[in-house]
Design a protein. Structure first.
Length: 293
């Protein structure tokens, strides 16, 4: 039985943990505006594989096949240069600070996670949602972790900032599902813009904003984009465009009220941060996030 995480876990041992992490992230954000969304993605990709145990941060070593080289992570997870408290907790704190720094809600992060001693590359390849997933696949990825449709929509809202590579969405622009044409749920002028960014035989790694209206701000524009056919990834747009799906009403609720979105996002982030945590004497506190002690 897991000990409970607590928002005051470091009150005596490291009372300034938040300001330390904030300083690092503010500096990183000045150098690369993508630092904040990258950090949230790290926390999400960590929690979905082996629980929130910092396993994503481990490099290849004896007996460890790094999750960093798994297909959903390779070349796209970034931000490993934070050390100190447990690596799993640093990811959780860094996510909260990253959101708040660019306009999103502030919340108290439950802490006390310990770091795992193993990585799970196979799990990273199968348990992380694919950008090609259909709604049922997405829902089952999330429900396997105890997250429901509201959590799915709220956490997808993290795509209100950040970038995606052409190879994650260009299949929607041309011969979608062998239809000979584009994905019909893409708004026509948005389709033209995306085709200019990602021509048919263009560079797969060219970046496009996940949210075209306010690409570096944490707000509810992502949901308004879905309502007007301007979701970038297939897994974004289908939350709204799947007729009869229970996710449609949630998208509308968040599109109509930023407060509703922020409240739900905080609840879902805390829920996600509790997946499979190691506490008490389980695991370890890594001295270097890239290596087991």
């Amino acid at each position: 039985c897991n000990a409970q995480l607590s928002t005051t876990f470091y009150a005596t041992t490291c009372p300034n943990i938040s300001s330390v992490v904030l300083n690092v992230i503010e500096q990183a954000q000045r150098v690369d505006v993508r630092s904040a969304p990258k950090l949230i993605r790290l926390h999400f990709h960590d929690c979905f594989v082996n629980g929130c145990d910092g396993s994503l941060l481990l490099d290849n070593a004896d007996g460890i096949l790094s999750e960093k080289d798994a297909f959903p992570n390779a070349g796209s997870v970034d931000g490993f240069s934070l050390g100190g408290v447990s690596c799993a907790d640093i990811l959780a704190i860094a996510s909260q600070i990253s959101v708040n720094l660019v306009g999103g809600p502030s919340y108290l992060v439950p802490l006390g996670r310990r770091d795992g001693r193993t990585a799970n590359r196979a799990g990273a390849n199968t348990e992380l949602p694919s950008p090609l997933a259909n709604l049922n696949e997405l829902k089952s990825n999330f429900s396997a972790k105890g997250l429901d449709s509201t959590d799915l929509v709220a956490l997808s809202g993290a795509h209100t900032f950040g970038r995606a590579k052409c190879n994650t969405f260009s299949h929607r622009l041309y011969n979608f599902a062998n239809s000979g044409g584009p994905d019909q749920t893409i708004e026509p002028t948005y389709l033209e813009r995306l085709r200019q960014t990602c021509p048919q035989n263009g560079a797969p790694t060219t970046l496009e904003n996940l949210d075209q209206s306010t690409p570096d701000v944490f707000d509810n524009e992502y949901f308004e984009n879905l309502q007007s056919g301007k979701g970038l990834l297939q897994t974004d747009q289908l939350l709204f465009s799947s007729t009869g799906a229970d996710t449609v009403a949630v998208v509308n609720r968040f599109g109509d009220s930023e407060t509703e979105f922020f409240d739900a996002f905080v609840r879902s982030m805390i829920k996600m941060g509790n997946i499979g945590t190691l506490t008490g004497t389980q695991g370890e506190i890594r001295a270097d996030c890239k290596r087991v002690n």
